[in-house]
Design a protein around this ligand. Structure first.
Ligand code: FAD
Length: 445
C-alpha cells in the first residue's frame, strides 16, 4: 500500500515507522526545513573551540508514566540514552520565590496561611484518588476547583497556574485536564527523593532521528521544506497529495491512504469536509507559544521550573534547562527559556524577537537582583501557532474521529488526545494507534 503522511512531527514519524516496517511504501512531507515539529531542536552552546549540543525549541522532558515513548525508545535501541534527573520547582508569588518541589515544601509555602497549605495538600490527594475522569467532564477546571477547593489556596496556586498554561482561556479548560495532570505528577513523584524527570542525553532529536532513519532504511522517503497544499480525491476517496517542492514548483503524487498530522485549523483548507466534522475541528481553539531561549554565562536562579503567579510579569514561566541537565552538554552555556502561551491575535505573538527580549529583560532582576544583560551570550526565538489545544467540557462527545469522513483519509493531531494533555508520549501512542487503524481498514477492504 502507498501511504502519504503530512507532517514529520512525533505522530507522523511514529506512524511512518510502524507503517514502513509493516512493508508499506511511505512518503512523509514536512513544511519546515527540519523534522520534529513541536519537539524539534536547534544547536546551542557552540563557540570557538567548544562543540555545543541540541536543544528543543520549546523546553521538553518526560514523566515516569510516559510509557509509550519509553517503550518506543526501547524498541529503537536507544532506551539507554534516557536519563532521570531530580527536578526543582519554584513559584514566584508576591515578589518572592518559594520552593514548591515536594509536599513538604507545600507545608512551608509561606504565601498561604497554614490551614490553606494543608487544604491544598489534602485536595491534591483527593483528586489523585479519583479513578474515573468521566463524571468530571461537564465541569471546567476553574469551576470545579473554585467549588471544591476555592479560597486563597485556589487563587494563589491553581488559578495562576491555569492562567500560566492557558492564558485568557484558563476558564474554558475541562476538568479532566486537571485530573490527568495530578495523576502524572504523582506518578513522577513515586519513591524517595521527590520528582524525577526524564531526558534523552542527545535531546529529543535522538528519538526523531532514529524514527527517520528507520523509515529511510525500510525504503520510505521524507521531504522537508515541502508543504502539502491539498489532499486530492477521486470519487470521494483520498487519492493523493498536491505539494510544493523547495524550489517553489507544485507537484502531485498518488497514494492509497493519506494521514494528516496538521493542526485542526489548517486541515479544512486542504480538503472539503462535511459540516459536522468541520464543526468538531473548529470547536477547538489553540493557544500559541512564544519562547525565548537565552544562552548565558551564569544561571539566573537555581530552579529548573519556575511558575510565575504574578500577572505583572510579562512571561508565564522560566525554565532553566541547565539547572536540571549538565551545562557541559552545551559547551558550558547556561540555558534559560522564557515562555508564554498567548492567543494568536495578541500583540506579543507578532512582536519581533528583539521586541520580546526588551519587554522581558527588565523583569529578570525580580528573580536575581544581580542579573545583567552582559550575561547573555546569545538568544534564540521560537513561536508556534498550534502549541496548546484548549479542550473544553464534555469533549468525549465532540472529539474528531481519526477516520475522517473522506474514505482513505486519516487525521492525528493534538486535539485528539484526551483526557491527557498533549505531549510527545501521547503523539507516539496516537501515531501507533492510527497506523494500526489504517492497516486494519485496508485489510478489511
Ligand atoms: C513549548 C512546548 C513545550 C512542550 N513541552 C513538552 C514536554 O515537556 N514533554 C512532552 O512530552 N511534550 C511537550 N510538548 C508537546 C509536544 O512537543 C507535542 O505534543 C508533540 O511534539 C506533538 O507532535 P505532533 O506530531 O502531534 O504535532 P507537531 O509536532 O505539531 O507536528 C506536526 C507537523 O506537521 C507539519 N505541518 C503542518 N502543516 C503542514 C503542511 N501543510 N505540509 C507539511 N507539513 C505540515 C508541522 O511543521 C509539524 O512538523 C511541548 C510543546 C510545546 C509547544
Amino acid at each position: 500500500m502507498k501511504i502519504g503522511i503530512i507532517g514529520a512531527g512525533v505522530a507522523g514519524l511514529t506512524a511512518a515507522y510502524d507503517l514502513s516496517r509493516a512493508g508499506h511504501s511511505v512518503t512523509v512531507y514536512e513544511s519546515a526545513p527540519f523534522i520534529g515539529g513541536q519537539a524539534s531542536t536547534i544547536e546551542v552552546g557552540a563557540s570557538d573551540g567548544h562543540s555545543g549540543g541540541r536543544l528543543e525549541r520549546g523546553y521538553h522532558h518526560l514523566f515516569t508514566n510516559d510509557i509509550d515513548i519509553i517503550g518506543l525508545m526501547e524498541e529503537l535501541g536507544i532506551a539507554g540514552s534516557l536519563q532521570w534527573f531530580p527536578s526543582k520547582v519554584g513559584t514566584y508569588v508576591d515578589g518572592k520565590i518559594y520552593r514548591t518541589t515536594t509536599p513538604l515544601d507545600l507545608l512551608r509555602f509561606g504565601a498561604l496561611p497554614i490551614w490553606d497549605r494543608v487544604k491544598l495538600g489534602l485536595f491534591a490527594l483527593r483528586v489523585r484518588r479519583i479513578k474515573d475522569w468521566r463524571p468530571l467532564e461537564p465541569f471546567t477546571a476553574d469551576e470545579w476547583l473554585r467549588k471544591k477547593l476555592g479560597g486563597k489556596a485556589y487563587e494563589t496556586v491553581w488559578n495562576p497556574l491555569l492562567r500560566g498554561k492557558f492564558g485568557d482561556y484558563y476558564d474554558r479548560v475541562g476538568m479532566p485536564w486537571f485530573w490527568s495532570k495530578i495523576q502524572t505528577r504523582f506518578a513522577s513523584r513515586k519513591g524517595a527523593g521527590g520528582e524525577k524527570l526524564g531526558y534523552p542525553v542527545k535531546s529529543f532529536d535522538e528519538v526523531l532521528s532514529a524514527l527517520r532513519d528507520r523509515l529511510l532504511a525500510a525504503g520510505g522517503s521524507l521531504h522537508v521544506e515541502t508543504p502539502v497544499e491539498r489532499v486530492l480525491t477521486r470519487e470521494g476517496r483520498a487519492s493523493g497529495l498536491r505539494f510544493r517542492r523547495p524550489d517553489g514548483t507544485a507537484a502531485e503524487e498518488s497514494f492509497d491512504r493519506v494521514l494528516a498530522t496538521v493542526p485542526s485549523f489548517s486541515f479544512p483548507q486542504m480538503v472539503d469536509l462535511p459540516d459536522d466534522y468541520r464543526a468538531r475541528l473548529e470547536g477547538v481553539t489553540y493557544t500559541a507559544a512564544v519562547v525565548l531561549i537565552l544562552e548565558m554565562t551564569r544561571p539566573l536562579t537555581d530552579y529548573y521550573w519556575m511558575n510565575i503567579a504574578d500577572r505583572s510579569v510579562p512571561f508565564l514561566g522560566l525554565i532553566e534547562h541547565t539547572n536540571m541537565l549538565p551545562k557541559e552538554w552545551y559547551g558550558g552555556s547556561h540555558l534559560l527559556y522564557l515562555t508564554n502561551y498567548v492567543d494568536r491575535s495578541e500583540p506579543l505573538f507578532s512582536m519581533t524577537p528583539d521586541e520580546v527580549l526588551e519587554l522581558y529583560l527588565p523583569h529578570l532582576r525580580l528573580f536575581n537582583p544581580e542579573f545583567d544583560r552582559s550575561w547573555i551570550k546569545k538568544t534564540h526565538y521560537n513561536s508556534l501557532s498550534a502549541a496548546q489545544p484548549i479542550i473544553g467540557t464534555n469533549y468525549s462527545q465532540r472529539i474528531p474521529d481519526h477516520r475522517t469522513p473522506v474514505p482513505g483519509l486519516y487525521l492525528a493531531n493534538t486535539t485528539q488526545i484526551y483526557p491527557e494533555d498533549r505531549g510527545t508520549n501521547y503523539s507516539v501512542r496516537m501515531g501507533r494507534k492510527v497506523a494500526k487503524l489504517l492497516m486494519e481498514d485496508a485489510a478489511a477492504t
